[in-house]
Ligand binder design. Structure first.
Ligand code: SAM
Length: 236
């Protein structure tokens, strides 16, 4: 039997604390070591669930060095739980590099199911969920335009993460590359007090956010490209 420890990836709430699972709490309590993207951000969450142990930082700036040490500790038999600031680690958050390193060393990795922003946004959108394409954050500068051009004819539902300060600009770019008439759905502040999902054409959503503050966290779902829809001339 393997004496190695296990690496757990533990999803944490994206807003509503009730969304953590019972198993997530148990594994966080039982783990020998907890790694967090930002120890200060995670401290209140861990305290809330009565998890009192030292938490170590594992983030994009130290993940290369810290992964070697984590692999060593896993080989010593330590069970290690990784959390990010919110949602599922490794989904637009640190985690992928560590998972790959652990697997290279034939260590066991287990990601628990749990909160993540893109699944409720996709389901709320009303767009097809049988095939979709998760793009996370688009590149900030270099490569952004190329990515838009590639996505313009993507037939599956597209999901993007976006920060509030770039959100309005992103809507303008979407009008350029996908057309003003493309249907989109924007989910804001999922699981939080001011949660809302707004659906319509790029033009309609732009108009909506000109009158409502674009505050909080956003997921943008874009209806896949349809040659039939593209052939319909927009009304004047
Ligand atoms: N690991 C997270 C997950 O599993 O969804 C994603 C982390 S990523 C750094 C943060 C982005 O996720 C935000 O900019 C936003 O696009 C999206 N997000 C996270 N929480 C959200 C929420 N409550 N409502 C809407 N979008 C959210």
């Amino acid at each position: 039997m393997s004496q190695n420890g296990k690496l757990y990836l533990i999803p944490t709430p994206i807003g509503n604390l009730e969304d953590i699972t019972l198993r997530a709490i148990r594994i966080l309590k039982e783990a020998d070591i907890i790694l967090a993207e930002d120890t200060r951000t995670s401290a209140p969450l861990l305290k809330h669930f009565g998890i009192e142990k030292k938490v170590y930082a594992h983030h994009q700036h130290n993940e290369h060095q810290s992964s070697n040490e984590i692999v060593r500790l896993l080989k010593e038999g330590k069970n290690i739980a990784l959390i990010s600031d919110a949602g599922t680690p490794a989904i637009s958050d640190p985690g992928f590099f560590l998972v790959r390193e652990a697997l290279k060393h034939e260590l066991t990795v287990e990601c628990l199911p749990g909160p993540t922003a893109f699944v409720p946004a996709l389901v709320n959108s009303g767009f097809p969920t049988d095939r979709f394409c998760f793009e996370g954050f688009l590149p900030l500068k270099k490569g952004r335009q190329t990515r838009y051009k590639q996505l313009a004819t993507e037939e599956r539902t597209i999901i993007l993460y976006e920060s509030p300060h770039r959100f309005v600009k992103t809507l303008e770019e979407m009008a350029t590359y996908f057309g003003r008439e493309r249907q989109i759905s924007v989910s804001r502040e999922l699981t939080k007090l001011f949660e809302e999902t707004v659906r319509g054409t790029v033009e309609e959503i732009k108009a909506y956010f000109e009158n409502h503050p674009a505050k909080g966290e956003f997921v943008i779902c874009i209806a896949g490209y349809s040659s039939k829809a593209a052939a319909i001339e927009p009304e004047n």
